[in-house]
Ligand binder design. Sequence first.
Ligand SMILES: Nc1ncnc2c1ncn2[C@@H]1O[C@H](COP(=O)(O)OP(=O)(O)OP(=O)(O)O)[C@@H](O)[C@H]1O
Ligand SMILES: [Mg+2]
Length: 511
Amino acid sequence: MLAAWTVFETRAPVRRSFGNMDKLLLIDDEADVLYSFHRIFDSPEIEIVSASSGEEGLKLFSKAKPNLVIMDIRLGGMSGLETLRRLRQLDAKAPVIMMTAYGTTQAAIEAMKLGAYDYLLKPFDVPKLKQIVLGALKAARDMRQVVSYQPLLETEDYALGIVGRSEPMQQVFKMIGQLAASDATVLITGESGTGKELVARAIYHHSQRSTQPYLAVNCAAIPENLLESELFGHEKGAFTGAVAQHIGKFERCHQGTLFLDEIGDMTPATQTKILRVLQSGTFERVGGNQPIRADVRIIAATNKPLEQAVAARQFREDLFYRLNVVRIHLPPLRERREDIRLLVQYFLKKLGPHPLRSISNEALALLEQHGWPGNVRELENILRRAVVMAKGDVILPGDLPPEMASTPKTPARGAAASLALPTPNADVVNPSSSEPAAPSDLAALAQALFHWARQDNRRKIIPAVERELIIQALRETQGNQVHTARLLGITRATLRKRIEKFGIKREIAIR
Ligand SMILES: Nc1ncnc2c1ncn2[C@@H]1O[C@H](COP(=O)(O)OP(=O)(O)OP(=O)(O)O)[C@@H](O)[C@H]1O
Ligand SMILES: [Mg+2]
């Protein structure tokens, strides 16, 4: 009997493995500021702890291990800058935001050079405050949440995993491992949603720079004229609106890792500057003429075909070669369908804690044969929706988007024509039967066969399956009919009859 559905069991109750609460340490002697923060960031996802002096703040930092520190630059007792210096000795990468009043921005700039993440001007502009704080919390999460590239399923509580067992993903894992000891520039390519950012973070977490900052810049999301300043900073008066000096990401990320996302969208001017940093390790702030040295490891990513951009002269060829030192290409999900089942299992766990832990084989088969233009991100989103849609504790085809249940865009893996039976999967258990469980991939295979048969009503599933099984078994046993009959659980006489009926020739069977 086939399993009614595929159950992905989690052995222990799932803890909040993926979205730990953010802890924010506020160091300020003004009670009003603490009150404002509580009001602005009132959320079950954020916990605020506070200290009213640098000394107290440092103690609390070691004890509470916050993800983000927000500190006034003017503190009674130990100054904000001194507190920052000591804090950096305790932890080189925890993001620290300095608060400063108008007129004291020079001190804030000093703080940035000491490795502060950013600074805020008092009184606060609330949308800007939120933007900076949420950005810093995201950076903190990226630095803290280790991305494991071991193809594991029993993910550690604190680890995010890159899931995949397919051959191309194994190559990716191998490359990440090989890169761990080096500082080489890496270029990650692949369609949208294939996991480029995840791979960038895995490289960072396994590199020698993992105790130093990791910052990300999305080159496509920042308006052209601001990107250069975001990356390299600017001097006061460099352009209209540059009312104060600004320290860019390269400078803030000294000794760390900078992830340049969507690099295919950079202007020629920015490309030239990036090339220069890669060649000489120096750059200038916009409007400045002092060369600044930065020791930054670059990981770049793009979903655009850069070779074409080079040919069209939209992307500098010399920069392309500089970035392309080590290239990791992430294959689209439709080219590694064998990973879909694992990804489904992983996401169902990740979307927990929830009683819903299973998916019907029919729904799984639909997922396995979908075209996945949005790749893993699309799969994650569809499952997120399905978890909400599902009425019981099993995801059924009706919980998937309606277009998925109709005509699939591409046939299932290798399709029914080659009936390679998948190996039984120990992770999948049959919930209701005491019989030895058949490989529950069989149900997925059956779905694929139904799809194959529906395409042409002359196709007959059962004889096709029988014929293919016999051919495969003969190949497996090098044409030994005794062994083939035993493997298939039929008599030798039946086997002979079938071989004749299906016209299986020796040379077809043993290739
Ligand atoms: N192999 C994988 N295992 C587990 N999760 C994955 C995997 N690949 C991608 N994801 C998840 O899918 C989502 C999209 O991944 P990511 O943001 O890294 O894609 P991307 O290639 O950077 O896409 P884009 O080009 O659109 O920026 C993320 O939530 C990521 O965690
Ligand atoms: Mg991305």
